[in-house]
Design a protein around this ligand. Structure first.
Ligand SMILES: CC(C)(COP(=O)(O)OP(=O)(O)OC[C@H]1O[C@@H](n2cnc3c(N)ncnc32)[C@H](O)[C@@H]1OP(=O)(O)O)[C@@H](O)C(=O)NCCC(=O)NCCS
Length: 162
């Protein structure tokens, strides 16, 4: 498989592996992580969600983000097709123990750069609940800007574009 590992000053982004299942399981079951993502994934669906992350479809990439020095798993970041059927979307979820250190911003910057320069996409978009202030701050820090507001999944959503 093509090597899409990416590095930043503090982080190593690598392909998600089956040995990461316990970590992914913890993330998708976590109340705080899933607060703006429709809540914890129900137990009956967790295996399928994990399998979906591992078998990313064509044009979709899921990275496991780990600390470069300790190899501690910090979160997931991905590029996938947005439900608009045209754009590619940036998504991320980090473990609460890794919040507040700038790791997600650092990973998002690297993935954005990779998408625009190496994948040569015209742009990336991101969709986030307007109530998800941490996610909005992150998107604004990496230079994305709000382009649209809409109502989906029972909440106001913002579409950011790079
Ligand atoms: C969205 C999410 C990744 C943001 O996490 P985060 O910890 O706020 O983001 P970062 O890792 O980039 O850290 C940024 C914070 O660390 C602070 N920080 C500390 N050291 C820093 C450093 N060296 N560099 C940059 N920022 C640093 C920043 O000031 C910032 O805090 P602020 O937003 O309160 O001003 C996290 O809330 C999450 O995983 N949420 C659950 C999943 C989710 O909702 N995903 C979005 C789906 S659309």
């Amino acid at each position: 498989m093509e090597n899409r590992n990416l590095d930043t000053e503090r982080l190593h982004l690598r392909a998600l592996q089956s040995t990461d299942s316990a970590f992914v399981g913890e993330l998708i079951a976590h109340e705080e992580v899933r607060r703006f993502l429709g809540g914890p994934v129900p137990i009956a669906q967790r295996e399928a969600v994990m399998a979906g992350c591992l078998a990313s479809a064509d044009g979709e990439i899921v990275w496991l983000v780990e600390a470069k020095n300790s190899r501690q798993r910090l979160g997931l970041i991905s590029i996938s097709y947005h439900r608009d059927g045209q754009d590619r979307e940036l998504s991320y979820q980090f473990h609460p123990g890794a919040w507040g250190f700038g790791y997600a911003t650092e990973a998002a910057r690297r993935v954005l750069d990779y998408a625009l320069k190496e994948l040569q996409l015209d742009r990336l978009i991101a969709e986030t609940q307007s109530a998800n202030a941490a996610s909005r701050r992150l998107l604004e820090r990496v230079g994305m800007r709000e382009a649209a507001r809409l109502h989906r999944f029972g909440a106001e959503q913002l579409i950011y574009v790079s």
